[in-house]
Ligand binder design. Structure first.
Ligand code: GRF
Length: 196
């Protein structure tokens, strides 16, 4: 069976990565490498499964373009056809969008276009909305602005603080993100099968 090799990019604790790995056997994607811009604790989820990890330290590079080129080189070195940003806190330079056009996904903790940026959960609370949610979208040059692939609403409860609300948002992310990755991998695998 054709399996699509994917790269997962993280910066933090990697709970989305953990879920992507947990259901990998049920789908047609295979995590070929996990890349981080720092010594992220989430890398341990990959190490525990014997999956290669690559740290490309942001601080080693003079600018965004050279950092991005190094990340892209690792993605290509492992033959990845799909790139998954799962809590990756660096903005990739346009060269990444060119090299992996239409094949970079991100998960964001709001209903985009509402509350883009790094503080989406806090911003939703400050705006006193009664509903926020999760968005999975394709990455384009403009941050958090690419075509939306899936969205699920999450209610904001009266006693929510950022920690409680983010925890409920993450429960939804953990279901939704692997499903969207799987459906794209399925399409890529079918296309590849059809081309043979
Ligand atoms: C997630 O909430 C995601 O929406 C945002 O960063 C967070 C990453 O969490 N982009 P984790 O590292 O996967 O636990």
């Amino acid at each position: 069976m054709v399996e699509i090799p994917i790269a997962v990019l993280i910066s933090g604790r990697g709970s989305n990565l953990e879920q992507i790995l947990a259901v990998e056997d049920q789908h047609r994607y295979r995590v070929a490498v996990v890349i981080a811009d720092r010594a992220a604790p989430g890398l341990d989820h990959a190490r525990a499964r014997g999956i290669p990890v690559e740290v490309v330290p942001w601080s080693d590079f003079d600018d965004r373009a050279s950092f991005t080129a190094a990340v892209c080189d690792q993605i290509e070195r492992f033959g990845c056809e799909l790139v998954v940003l799962a809590g990756f806190m660096r903005i990739l330079a346009p060269v990444a969008i060119e090299r992996f056009s239409g094949r970079i996904l991100n998960v964001h903790p709001s209903l985009l276009p509402a509350f883009p940026g790094a503080h989406a959960v806090e911003d939703a609370l400050a705006a006193r909305v009664d509903t926020t949610g999760v968005t999975v979208h394709l990455v384009v040059e403009e941050v958090d602005a690419g075509p939306i692939l899936a969205q699920v609403e999450v209610p904001v409860l009266p006693d929510d603080d950022a920690t409680r609300l983010h925890a409920r948002i993450q429960e939804v992310e953990h279901e939704l993100f692997p499903q969207v990755i799987a459906s794209i991998a399925e399409r890529l695998a079918r296309e590849r099968g059809a081309a043979v």
